[in-house]
Design a protein. Structure first.
Length: 132
């Protein structure tokens, strides 16, 4: 169980790179090849990366749960992404207001906390066994 959990955590963090590559690829494609505005391109890239991450986690990270894709599951995944973003931004706001911590350390801590929250919500809320 401990090894499985460690694999899930590593997979969650490592496989997020796939979503990041899709995010940046779509955004750059729209900007440089189709001349879309930066904001629209960034939003489309973020959405494409989020969808990619949902399916990566569904089919690889939490494969043992044998879940199928659903709009409800994707909605839950979007909720976890938003909560993770709020945790990160909230931590950064607290560090900025009440701490003399360096920006790099603040970013590392805030990112680590948001990843932890994302993992816990993904494991026990979005991709838990018996969801479907």
């Amino acid at each position: 169980e401990l090894i499985t959990t460690m694999f899930e955590k590593l997979a969650l963090y490592g496989l997020n790179t796939g979503g990041l590559i899709v995010d940046l690829g779509v955004a750059n494609f729209l900007i440089y090849l189709l001349s879309y505005p930066l904001l629209i391109s960034g939003i489309c890239g973020l959405l494409a990366g989020t969808i990619t991450n949902y399916f990566i986690h569904l089919k690889i990270t939490f494969k043992k749960n044998q879940l199928t894709a659903s709009w409800k599951g994707f909605g839950k995944y979007l909720q976890t992404c938003l909560i993770g973003a709020f945790v990160r931004v909230g931590c950064l706001a607290l560090f900025n207001s009440f701490s003399g911590t360096s920006p790099l350390i603040s970013l590392i801590v805030a990112t680590g906390l948001s990843f932890g929250v994302n993992y816990m919500l993904s494991r026990f809320y979005v991709f838990r066994s018996g969801r479907n």
